[in-house]
Design a protein. Structure first.
Length: 403
């Protein structure tokens, strides 16, 4: 094993992206931001665009596919490999490019940066005067352990097989989520299965006879979280990770997540797999949480159905999300949010018992499979993260690992 500086492994100089990409334009060059790295580079159409003239000034960081991109500001140290179909994209100032031609070495470096030692180096070299920032010079000088090609190939094979299984689960869940949304729309928006039946007038227009209109606040309790900084773990107590907007967005807690006292906050504010979480302030989103037990922070609702299936409250809350986002933007002064009164105004259509039983059998199956896949992916990620430091250090013999 030898240790080399990261800068000696690259084809192009390690660099950051466009300093001022400007407001996103309809036609232009897609640019990768920190949030894109965190959420995963899966769809180029999700990227904002900058003007071609601005991109032209930063051709040094124009991407060809296969490069490592890394967040340099804010949530520092998040990485991704650029897909080949992202060729031609660029970066913003808060992200950096590491261009290593050898695909094996590129993956090895990515996994090393992701490892505790790699993240430890980043933390030690952060400039935190305004917000956490990693200078490119520190990245260039980052020490990278290099082993034989055979060892690195085998180690990467193990780690990548776990990541590939996680990616398969994600794709399956994307499909299941699309099925669930299409089924929900068919039944509760378009009323397709009931077109030949009798309809009656309602405040939402014509609905199937025997159905009724309610509001979000009558089908579920929306329980706001606590200001968890007031409930730190007691001495000798094992703290519980705090679920904030960041954790909800990434789908899991991590080593940077704050901790709270499970004994002080009580069961009401302890979240577990399968709970529906609605972020009503800042970045508005609705997700089924599958990141394990944690404490619910303020600005997040846990959605607790009142004698209705969980999927029913989840789908209706998600159905109104775009409108909530629009309301929050209109009212935004510093940080957009919605008030509880909007939950009263948001209407839902409740079916009769027979129809609910019929749709419940289909929706519950889809909902359960999504949760099961998410939990499996979390366990695979935990296994990967357990193996990662040992494989990166050469401590673990590759032949000893059985998946």
């Amino acid at each position: 094993m030898e240790v080399v500086k990261l800068g000696t492994l690259t084809n192009r100089k390690i660099g950051y992206g466009i300093v001022q990409p400007g407001a996103s334009v309809l036609y232009g060059v897609p640019v990768i931001k920190v949030n894109n790295i965190i959420s995963g580079l899966r769809d180029i159409n999700c990227l904002e665009k900058t003007k071609e003239g601005i991109d032209a000034k930063y051709s040094r960081t124009r991407l060809k596919g296969g490069e490592i991109v890394i967040s340099l500001v804010g949530s520092v140290g998040k990485t991704a490999i650029v897909p080949r179909d992202f060729a031609g994209c660029n970066l913003v100032r808060a992200t950096g490019m590491i261009d290593i031609l050898d695909p094996l070495m590129s993956l090895w470096v990515k996994y090393y940066i992701d490892s505790p030692k790699g993240q430890g180096y980043i933390i030690e070299n952060l400039n935190t005067t305004v917000q956490p920032t990693l200078n490119v010079k520190s990245l260039v000088d980052m020490p990278i352990p290099v082993y034989s090609s055979e060892y690195m190939k085998n180690a990467i094979s193990i780690l990548k097989s776990l990541d590939d299984k996680i990616e398969v689960n994600r794709r399956i869940n994307d499909n299941l989520e699309q099925q669930a949304q299409a089924l929900f729309k068919s039944w509760f928006v378009d009323f397709e299965p009931f077109r030949d039946g009798e309809f009656v007038e309602s405040e939402l227009g014509m609905i199937p006879k025997g159905w009724r209109v309610e509001s979000l606040s009558t089908i579920a309790d929306y329980v706001n979280g606590l200001a968890m900084q007031k409930y730190r773990p007691l001495e000798g107590e094992k703290g519980l990770p705090v679920l904030k907007i960041k954790e909800l967005g990434q789908g899991c807690t991590d080593n940077s997540s704050e901790l709270c006292s499970p004994s002080l906050i009580g069961e009401k504010y302890i979240i577990d797999d399968g709970d529906t979480i609605f972020s009503w302030s800042g970045t508005l989103m609705v997700k089924v949480w599958c990141g394990g037990k944690c404490g619910l922070n303020q600005h997040l609702f846990v959605v607790e159905p009142k004698d209705y299936p969980h999927w029913f409250a989840y789908q209706w809350t998600k159905h109104h999300l775009d409108n909530f986002i629009h309301i929050a933007k209109d009212k935004a002064v510093t940080m957009g949010h919605i008030k509880r009164g909007e939950l009263d105004k948001a209407k839902v259509v409740v079916p009769d018992r027979t129809s609910m039983a019929a749709i419940d059998s289909m929706m519950k199956s889809l909902h359960s499979r999504i949760i099961s896949n998410e939990i499996e992916s979390r366990r695979l990620a935990q296994l990967r993260d357990t193996l990662l430091p040992r494989l990166m250090s050469g401590e673990l013999k590759v032949g000893d690992v059985t998946l």
